[in-house]
Design a protein around this ligand. Structure first.
Ligand SMILES: Cc1cc2nc3c(=O)[nH]c(=O)nc-3n(C[C@H](O)[C@H](O)[C@H](O)COP(=O)(O)OP(=O)(O)OC[C@H]3O[C@@H](n4cnc5c(N)ncnc54)[C@H](O)[C@@H]3O)c2cc1C
Length: 478
């Protein structure tokens, strides 16, 4: 076989999509679950499809060339304005209202409080925004943007990478930004993208969250997000659809071994209850690093990779949530809760009216160490998690008291890579990211940022390296 992809999350599917794009057919993708998509899988019930994890893709940056090419092919990007700026399908951009915050008993638009702020709160917020604007337009001595998405295009100028040596919280302290509403908002952001507290996120990752996004789109849509009822499972499904015949689900890869200039990949077929060995000219390991480190223990050290656990709940309700203040948004967050609130699965369908819907509720278990949080996750029974979710949703929306029909809980033990201080310069991360054929790595873990764009980029880079190795002709999309 030409190329064997192990893992069918966004990175593995992107790798397969890239091979198929270049006309390659001699490849297979092995996925341990019964369906592909990884963290971007979805569920559905009689009301709607809903995400189990990843739920949106921000309008990509100019540097995300391969991703734009794919979105164009899938009809999500519909054309270009005369100046070349991409035009996105308005029905796939998040409809109004995008975000609302429960603050001092009422819902307001946006995620940063607008009322009850002191002069110092406002001044610190403005100073923070100005600093992020400067970082957003800054370039390093190497001519690259200070912060980019995919992060591999970011500058390596020590002026910016030095931020990797301290925590985001420490950096904010150094700046004197201690405003309670500002710090609560920044904590929300760190937990939202990294599942991790600002004390454990590197200042580089903290700044990256705000300074790396320069969404490129016509019609002023650069700041918007693309979303679907099933979340990013829409994108995962479209990629899988392109390479359907190459996908083998229910196959756990358990050993990978170099064999001369090729690779031996051993996997267990769950349905047939038997192991098989495939000899491939190249293998792309598109699974989390803590898994790939076990497939070749002598060659792949575990490094400083650590993972944030998350609880996701899908709450079916017989009518739409309400509340004082602005109307229901796609993303609904409470300033007083340790959860990240909920997104509304039927938000994109105009016909939803006041009828039933599914609320996808998120909470990273970031207060404890990941190990302790996983222990809690496993020991707490389903009913206890359902009670946590019910209490939180009803505190935000007492109007739903008699409307909750069911609560489905999903536990992600190793949901997201944590971009802790020092991770950027971790030699294990660097070695895996630049590993030569015939064994290539492709996973968002390698970026230290658990984002669709990062997973996609890693898949594309690995697929192009694999094609170069097996001498399959292609024109680079990177
Ligand atoms: C709760 C949650 C919410 C998120 N929300 C967003 C969001 O809104 N937007 C966003 O951009 N990102 C979000 N993310 C981040 C998300 O992780 C990435 O966007 C992306 O989906 C990661 O893809 P991946 O391919 O790197 O990894 P994974 O999704 O981890 O895929 C790895 C795949 O490898 C498979 N695998 C593992 N071991 C083996 C084995 N031994 N053999 C075969 N297969 C194996 C796994 O089953 C999985 O399918 C979220 C993540 C979580 C957990």
């Amino acid at each position: 076989m030409g190329v064997l992809i192990a893992g069918g999350g966004v990175a593995g599917l992107a790798a397969g999509w890239r091979l198929a794009e270049a006309g390659m057919t001699d490849f297979a993708l092995l996925e341990l679950e019964d369906s592909t998509g990884g963290n971007a899988r979805s569920g559905h019930n009689a009301i709607s499809a809903y995400p189990l994890g990843a739920h949106y893709l921000p309008v990509p940056n100019r540097e995300a060339k391969a991703l734009r090419h794919m979105l164009r092919q899938f009809g999500i990007m519909t054309g270009e304005a005369p100046d070349g700026a991409p035009i996105y399908d308005p029905y796939q951009l998040c409809a109004d209202l995008e975000e609302r915050l429960l603050w001092h008993g009422g819902w307001q638009e946006g995620l940063f409080p607008q009322t009850g702020l002191s002069a110092a709160d406002r001044a610190q917020r403005s100073a923070f925004d100005r600093a992020m604007d400067e970082f957003r337009s800054a370039a390093g001595a190497d001519g690259r943007p200070a912060f980019a998405i995919p992060m591999a295009f970011s500058s390596t100028d020590p002026r910016f990478t030095a931020l990797d040596t301290i925590s985001f919280a420490h950096w904010l302290d150094q700046k004197g930004w201690s405003s309670t509403p500002l710090r609560a908002y920044l904590r929300y952001c760190c937990r939202d993208d990294y599942g991790t507290e600002p004390e454990q996120v590197s200042a580089w990752a903290g700044v990256h969250y705000f300074a790396a996004r320069r969404g490129w789109a016509a019609n002023g849509d650069g700041d918007r997000e693309l979303t679907w009822p099933e979340g990013n499972a829409r994108l995962a499904g479209l990629m899988a659809g392109r390479i359907r015949s190459a996908i083998r689900t229910g196959h756990s890869v358990f050993r990978v071994e170099r064999d001369g200039d090729a690779v031996l990949v051993d996997s267990f077929d769950h349905a047939r209850q038997r192991s098989t060995r495939i000899r491939a000219r190249c293998a792309i390991l598109a699974m989390p690093h803590f898994v790939s480190a076990r497939l070749m223990p002598s060659q792949t050290p575990a490094g400083s990779f650590s993972y944030a656990p998350w609880i996701v709940a899908n709450v079916s309700v017989s009518r739409q949530p309400r509340g004082k203040g602005v109307p229901l948004a796609w993303d609904n967050v409470s300033a007083g809760s340790d959860s990240l609130g909920y997104v509304v699965a039927t938000h994109q369908s105009s016909g939803a009216g006041d009828g039933p819907t599914v609320l996808t509720w998120y909470m990273p278990l970031s207060r404890q160490s990941p190990q302790e949080a996983r222990r809690i996750m496993l020991s707490r029974p389903l009913q206890a998690w359902q009670a946590v979710v019910r209490d939180d949703v009803l505190t935000m929306n007492p109007d739903l008291a008699d409307a909750i029909e069911r609560i489905d809980i999903w536990q992600w033990g190793h949901a997201m890579i944590r971009p802790v201080p020092g991770f950027l310069s971790d030699p294990v991360r660097r070695t895996a990211a630049s590993s030569p054929p015939p064994i290539l790595y492709a996973h968002s873990d390698l970026s230290g940022l658990s984002l669709f764009e990062e997973a996609h980029h890693r898949g594309i880079v690995a697929a192009e390296a694999a094609m170069a190795h097996v001498a399959h002709p292609f024109e680079s999309l990177i």
